[in-house]
Design a protein around this ligand. Structure first.
Ligand SMILES: [Zn+2]
Length: 337
């Protein structure tokens, strides 16, 4: 039984394909982080090699070994899953060569050899071209499941060799229903709130329930932004400098912050439109009202556009601090809350 939540169209497709034994050679799973792409890829690997009829059964030897990452025919590359000991999710040319060599060998114990290759957008051109060569002449009994959070950065030639599945955010109701059915200790958790904040990212919602500090740190970050919007240029630039002080992760940190800004402006817009039922961060509704008071819808939409274009610029490799600062300096300065 599939345990991937949502994405019914993708599951239906593969259920049919597996029933007819017509699985292809290469699939590309595309969509934002935490939507369940990696979970689905692992389940697909199980379903392909499963020994029972209701695939993936999750109980046969094949399914179990795959879920523990100890199946010799199922290899994972580029993943930042914490069960895999890897501190670098960028796939190297050497790893692609390993994939090439292993692809030419027959499966040891499963029906198919499966390579799950995550974060393919961060591959070097050299590694990407080597992967393309493999995809151009895929050996039989081998399945490549590629995963990306940013398809615009994946080589066109690689995309053209794969069947692409776009993973959409999971509906809030589905996430709430899932937790209601599966959580033992749920009385203390506001599931509706977490599901809403996750914005369809089931993986994030699961983590937030397991580790409550994820939610509290998101909230305190958002509170900081609410104050920052009332501060002057110097304070704003100080904030950018502080966020980007960790130079190795500056791009990731900037994107996280800008996405949070987007959520803040989105909620401010809901207040301006007088649609309180659509607020995500309901616990900040008093502050949001104060921030929204002097603003018109057009002004808030302009701020939303500034965050969107900052995110686009970062994805196109523009300078991180210039992009981040420009966005911040173009936001209005509001009265203290
Ligand atoms: Zn099985």
């Amino acid at each position: 039984m599939w345990e991937t939540l949502g994405h019914d169209n993708v599951i239906d497709f593969f259920t049919k394909v597996l029933a007819n034994e017509r699985i292809g050679h290469a699939y590309l799973l595309s969509g934002q982080k935490h939507l369940g792409k990696f979970t689905f890829a692992m389940e697909l690997a199980q379903a392909v090699n499963c020994l029972n009829t209701d695939r993936p059964c999750k109980t046969c030897l094949q399914c179990m070994r795959i879920s523990k990452y100890i199946h010799p025919d199922v290899r994972v590359f580029g993943s930042d899953d914490e069960m895999l000991i890897s501190d670098n999710s960028q796939i190297t040319i050497d790893e692609v060569r390993t994939i090439q060599v292993e692809s030419s060998r027959k499966p040891f114990e499963g029906k198919s050899k499966i390579f799950i290759i995550d974060n393919i957008e961060s591959m070097t051109i050299e590694a990407g071209n080597a992967l393309l060569k493999i995809l151009e002449e895929p050996p039989s009994q081998v399945l490549y499941i590629l995963i990306t959070t940013d398809i615009s950065r994946v080589l066109e030639t690689i995309i053209s060799r794969c069947t692409v599945f776009e993973f959409a955010p999971v509906e809030t109701k589905k996430i709430v229903d899932y937790f209601n059915q599966n959580l033992k200790e749920k009385s203390l958790i506001d599931l509706q709130y977490i599901a809403k904040i996750s914005r369809g990212k089931i993986g994030w919602a699961m983590k937030a329930i397991e580790e409550p500090n994820i939610l509290s740190s998101r909230e305190s970050n958002l509170e900081k932004l609410q104050t920052l919007i009332t501060e002057n240029v110097t304070t704003r630039l100080g904030y950018v400098e502080e966020i980007l002080s960790d130079r190795t992760h500056s791009l990731k940190l900037a994107i996280e912050q800008i996405e949070l800004w987007y959520e803040l402006w989105r909620d401010v817009l809901m207040v301006v439109y007088n649609l309180p039922e659509l607020l995500i961060y309901t616990k900040f509704s008093k502050n949001l009202k104060m921030l929204a008071a002097p603003l018109s819808a057009m002004e808030v939409i302009k701020c939303l556009k500034l965050t969107r274009s900052a995110l686009d610029d970062l994805r196109e490799n523009h300078n991180v601090s210039i992009t981040f600062e420009r966005m911040l300096l173009n936001f209005p300065v509001l009265g203290k809350i």
